[in-house]
Design a protein around this ligand. Structure first.
Ligand code: PGA
Length: 253
């Protein structure tokens, strides 16, 4: 039985000085209730130490949105997975569509990053997803399968390493257009089948596949009811505890 994971991706929102208010509000609204799902917040790098300290007491994990392809050295402006782990991070998002689109993230750059995340003792949250043009051209599954290659190859060489996948159709991110439970469920089933064919059924069943793209309090329960949807990667709605808490609650007790 895979435990659901509800992860917040704050992207480049909020100031470090706002972090305390978010934590305080979350504490007030959740009234320390027990959640069945594992909960994760991935804030910008700079907020991580502060968030880690505050979230620990709420039993929420801290993640990052990216990491460097190297572990240390003369790479101005980069932050390594080891540094993130040392600051309390346990999950690192890799290959988000915004990074693929704006920062030229490709399978070539993601390959060493997956390794760096594992070396640091963290879990990659590996993002895949098609654009609207690709979906309309009937190529959604091909695109996702191609994006998955690098992850599957890495898993072949490290069979015991943990990994999460986030299926995020690009046309649903930040647009208010969610994939229907049917569309999401079909793609999750396709991803699971691809994992099973390449890595074996046991490994495929152990990997959590999150859905991302305009997840909100009013559509979370329907998405979570699909057997292959193991949680969510939540952007906009994770910025406000009043929206994020009902999504966590929808993942079950
Ligand atoms: P959204 O973002 O929930 O705001 O659509 C999801 C994501 O990009 O991870």
């Amino acid at each position: 039985m895979r435990r659901k994971l509800v992860a917040g991706n704050w992207k480049m929102h909020g100031l470090p000085s706002d972090a305390g208010a978010w934590i305080q509000k979350f504490r007030e609204l959740s009234r320390e209730q027990h959640f069945g799902a594992e909960v994760l917040i991935c804030p910008p790098y700079l907020h991580i130490p502060l968030m880690y300290e505050g979230l620990k007491a709420l039993n929420i994990k801290t993640g990052a949105q990216n990491c460097a392809t190297q572990d240390k050295g003369a790479y101005t402006g980069e932050v390594s997975a080891q540094m993130l782990a040392d600051a309390g991070v346990s999950y690192i998002i890799l290959g988000h569509s915004e990074r693929r689109q704006y920062y030229y993230e490709t399978s070539q750059t993601l390959e060493p990053k997956i390794q760096m995340v594992w070396n640091a003792g963290c879990v990659p949250v590996f993002c895949v997803g098609e654009t609207l043009d690709e979906r309309e051209a009937g190529r959604a599954e091909d695109v996702v399968a191609t994006q998955l290659h690098v992850l599957i190859n890495a898993c072949r060489n490290a069979p015991a390493a943990e990994v999460c996948i986030a299926y995020e159709p690009v046309w649903a991110i930040g647009t208010g257009k969610t994939a229907t439970a049917g569309q999401a469920g079909d793609m999750h089933a396709f991803i699971r089948k691809t994992l099973s064919t390449t890595l074996g059924e046991e490994k495929a069943q152990s990997i959590r596949i999150l859905y991302g793209g305009s997840v909100k309090p009013d559509n979370a329960a329907e998405l979570f009811a699909c057997s292959d949807i193991d949680g969510a990667l939540v952007g906009g709605a994770s910025l406000k505890p009043e929206d994020f808490i009902p999504i966590i609650a929808a993942a079950g007790v």
